[in-house]
Write a protein that binds this ligand. Structure first.
Ligand SMILES: Nc1ncnc2c1ncn2[C@@H]1O[C@H](COP(=O)(O)OP(=O)(O)O)[C@@H](O)[C@H]1O
Ligand SMILES: [Mg+2]
Length: 609
């Protein structure tokens, strides 16, 4: 292990940002007096958003604020509520002051109903609750209301600084939830600080930002790169020098990094490590020219190069761990890596320590590490050949799979498994986990995440022989329907229908006919009626009384809405009789509802009541 990284290349003081910091202090003071605020902080990767957040946290803490933080990571785009899980984790950790308030701990149980991943965080390790069968939209509304209530209560004890970092990687449900909370907290002592990369705004984030704008909910802050004088100040602070840095050095660092603080630190680390800059009589200067390495990537060559040079300083084993970690993700699990490396815990810890000391990674929790910066991960990842990446993705996926086979697979593991098996080209597994992750996202009312998973699942299936299962297409059709993508939903439902017919899966065929009916109901009611009738014909041909009754109810409801109340009553009564024979109380209840509606419209008040 080398110790050539000294001096520490993290800038010890905050450079510039005086105006932004003053603005944040003002916001904190306003929030303290009960006026909720939202600050949206944007800028390119590495420009210093998180650093400013850290400074803001320090001031807020000195003003008696409780700090809550959730971070988004790249893999989270398709993981419903990821930053909130992150945030709730800190709320329910034993050191959190929130756990001292009895009125708040009772919420924990409720959360676990909606977010099963929260359950293991609870003090008593309550067993997982099966997700309820309520309509997902209702579930979502309840969850939102519950969280608003929770934070409202928390804010009665202490003002809150509520941070969510890197929203460009957020899933859509979290964005909606943030918007909802921001609306509901205007008169509470809560300051939301939300950061994102201005050059990586996803369509979902763009939509949320427009909403914040439209409702005048937030103040925008945009961080720019440091000016030449600031870069000078930064170099001086890093080298703890009193005289100015040699102009040639300042100039070349400034040119290479264009004032992006992360690039500055990375390039400096590399230059010191390779001896390309040295201290001569107390003045640091550049002695050699940069070496160049040809590599494809969207990251600046300077950073790619800087990271590459630094990895060369690591021990071989530590470099291997770093590479593996880059394949595993921005945030990675110690135990999984340890298993893949076949290393014992103490050896592995020593290797992680080497990586932490070399400032590649940070420790996030007992078993969790993360790259200090996404750019570093990207740089390491792009050093790998395609074949190497595939092989490592496969090893990681199989290791996660083995480690989770004992207990049930958690949501975030599903997402990881789908991702790694896909990148590994193990199509059957990628399809299986992609489908499960997609279905889970549907339950959590995250249709865009669901579409992403299911599309990848279908992509994986297309590499395999045979027709894709109709269930996957149906699920994606539902997700498209939820976000109002009529044509896409129709294409999926029709595809599901034709597969069901091909494979003689009559139940799925019947289900697809109903799906088409419901889909058309929002566009062309006459078409909807035809699909419902087709489902009725099929149910009759199958002589299945339950399907028959359900189709009768659909047709009945269609009839009442098209002004044929008498025919409608007839259909519902026939359905009721079938459900009664089956002792199907849920079916009966539904039919009574529909009958009530039909009777009401028919003018038969007595029957309706
Ligand atoms: N104004 C600043 N003064 C000193 N160091 C900074 C400043 N801004 C950023 N840095 C350093 O640059 C690196 C990248 O900054 P970071 O806040 O992580 O960027 P971002 O969150 O915008 O991607 C960090 O190591 C940080 O400490
Ligand atoms: Mg950041």
């Amino acid at each position: 292990m080398t110790t050539a990284y000294n001096p520490s290349v993290i800038c010890p003081i905050l450079i510039g940002r005086t105006a932004e910091l003053a603005a944040f202090h003002l916001l904190i003071d306003q929030v303290k007096s009960g006026r909720g605020q939202v600050a949206l902080l944007c800028g390119e990767a590495g420009v210093g958003k998180s650093r400013l957040v850290v400074e803001t946290k320090t001031y807020a803490a000195s003003q008696g604020f409780l700090l809550l933080q959730g971070n988004c990571f790249q893999a989270d785009r398709a993981f419903p509520y990821a930053p909130f899980l992150d945030l709730l984790r800190s709320c329910f950790s034993s050191s959190s002051p929130l756990t001292r308030h009895n009125d708040l701990t009772s919420f924990a149980q409720e959360f676990s109903r909606f977010l099963p991943d929260v359950a293991p965080l609870l003090p008593e390790h309550t067993p997982l609750v099966v997700p309820s069968s309520l309509d997902p939209e209702q579930e979502q509304r309840r969850l939102f209301a519950l969280l608003l209530h929770f934070f409202t209560r928390a804010a009665t004890h202490q003002p809150l600084l509520f941070i969510v970092e890197d929203l460009h990687w957020s899933d859509e449900s979290s964005l909606e939830l943030l918007l909802f909370l921001a609306r509901g907290c205007r008169h509470l002592p809560i300051l939301f600080v939300l950061t994102y990369r201005s050059d990586e705004v996803s369509p979902e984030l763009r939509h949320s930002l427009a909403e914040f704008d439209r409702e005048h909910l937030a103040q925008d802050f945009s961080l720019q790169r440091l000016a030449r004088a600031d870069v000078d100040a930064m170099l001086q602070a890093i080298f703890a020098m009193h005289q100015a840095v040699h102009t040639g050095l300042l100039e070349s660092i400034y040119q290479l990094t264009e004032g992006n603080p992360f690039f500055i630190e990375e390039v400096l680390k590399s230059l010191i490590a390779t001896g390309e800059i040295t201290s001569r009589e107390g003045v640091w200067e550049r002695t050699l020219l940069f070496g160049t390495h040809k590599r494809h990537s969207s990251i600046p060559r300077s950073v790619q190069d800087a990271v590459y040079q630094r990895t060369k300083q690591l021990s071989a084993r530590a470099r291997q761990v770093l590479t593996l970690a880059a394949v595993a993700g921005r945030r990675f699990d110690f135990t999984i890596l340890q298993q893949v490396m076949h290393a014992d815990a103490s050896h592995m810890l020593a290797l992680m320590k080497e990586l932490v000391e070399a400032q590649f990674v940070v420790e996030e929790a007992a078993d969790q590490f993360a790259f200090r910066h996404a750019l570093t991960r990207q740089a390491v990842y792009s050093e790998l050949l395609a074949g190497e990446r595939r092989a490592w993705h496969r090893t990681i996926a199989e290791t996660i799979e083995q480690s989770s086979s004992l207990s049930s697979v958690l949501d975030d593991q599903l997402v990881d498994l789908a991702y790694h098996f896909y990148e590994a080209g193990v199509w059957s597994k990628a399809a299986e986990y992609g489908q499960r992750a997609g279905e889970r996202a549907l339950i959590l009312y995250a249709p865009r995440a669901a579409i992403e998973h299911l599309t990848r699942a279908l992509g994986a299936l297309s590499h395999l022989d045979g027709t894709p299962p109709a269930t996957v297409l149906r699920a994606r059709g539902q997700a498209y329907e939820t976000i109002g993508e009529f044509e896409q939903a129709r294409a999926d439902y029709e595809h599901a229908l034709s597969i069901a017919q091909q494979t003689q899966d009559s139940i799925m065929e019947w289900q697809s006919l109903l799906d088409m009916g419901f889909l058309w109901a929002g566009r062309d009611y006459a078409q909807a009626g035809q699909w419902f009738r087709r489902s009725l014909d099929l149910a009759q041909a199958l002589a299945d009384p339950k399907l028959h009754a359900r189709s009768l109810n659909r047709v009945g409801n269609w009839l009442v809405n098209t002004g044929r109340a008498a025919d409608s009553l007839h259909a519902h009564q026939e359905a009721l009789a079938l459900f009664e024979l089956l002792h199907d109380t849920q079916g009966m209840a539904e039919t009574f509802d529909l009958l009530g509606m039909a009777n009401g419209i028919y003018g038969d008040r007595v029957n309706a009541v």
